[in-house]
Design a protein around this ligand. Structure first.
Ligand code: FES
Length: 65
């Protein structure tokens, strides 16, 4: 939604993926803020390996099990 800030979970511990729920406390990591300038459909990274965080860049397709 335009004008809204989103906080992408960088640590992987959040129960509200892909967004931060505060579970990073004590990890030394912090969420990455994303400000939406316009209202549009975007895909936030869920695998935490994107080279363009917080958004998906397709890297998950190259991950091995
Ligand atoms: S819960 Fe993961 S960065 Fe906040």
């Amino acid at each position: 939604m335009a004008g809204r800030d989103y906080f992408w979970c960088r640590c992987g511990r959040s129960q509200q993926q892909p967004f931060c729920d505060g579970s990073h406390k004590g990890t030394g990591l912090a969420p990455l803020k994303f400000h939406a300038d316009v209202s549009e459909t975007l895909y936030f990274c869920g695998c935490k390996h994107s080279h363009s965080p917080p958004l998906c860049d397709g890297t998950h397709n190259q991950l091995q099990d």
